[in-house]
Design a protein around this ligand. Structure first.
Ligand SMILES: [Zn+2]
Length: 152
């Protein structure tokens, strides 16, 4: 067992920023506009009501007051005042991701599923063996010659 292994990329993929904001009850104070959220910063609690910005598509956040931002791991690390690694461990535990305890040889699995595009098993057989074409009859040629000679 790789007990210390933390697959950051998988944790980030598994948990949405929205879910984190929900958990911290930050969501209520944010104004939603499409896939963007804005509101007072839960950290610096600055006077501006829009300094804390969230992009739910990118799962990214930024505070113009803190001049800090990042992904879900950064948010949890900031909120909990822990390292990114500990933040990932917390997320794994909170959302029961089961990513950390599992033994995984590699963290960065390809994002896109690998498509197994096997060559068509029913490929048409190679061109059938064509029987040799029979020799064209020579009769015509001979006949023409015959005619020509008779006309002269
Ligand atoms: Zn802030």
């Amino acid at each position: 067992m790789q007990k210390g292994f933390v697959p950051f990329a998988e944790v980030k993929r598994a948990v949405s920023l929205e879910a984190i904001l929900e958990r911290y009850e930050f969501l209520a104070s944010l104004t939603r506009k499409g896939m963007n959220l804005a509101g007072p910063c839960p950290f610096c609690k600055g006077s501006s009501g829009r300094q804390f910005q969230v992009n739910l598509v990118k799962n990214a956040w930024y505070c113009f007051g803190c001049k800090a931002g990042g992904n879900i791991l950064d948010l949890v690390a900031k909120k909990e005042e822990v390292s990114i690694r500990t933040a990932a461990l917390k997320l794994d535990s909170w959302f029961e991701l089961g990513l950390v305890a599992k033994e995984k040889p590699q963290a960065e699995a390809p994002a896109s599923p690998v498509e197994t595009r096997a060559a068509s098993p029913e490929a048409p057989p190679a061109a059938k063996e064509v029987p040799p074409t029979s020799n064209p009859p020579l009769a015509f040629t001979l006949k023409t010659l015959d005619t020509a000679r008779r006309d002269s």
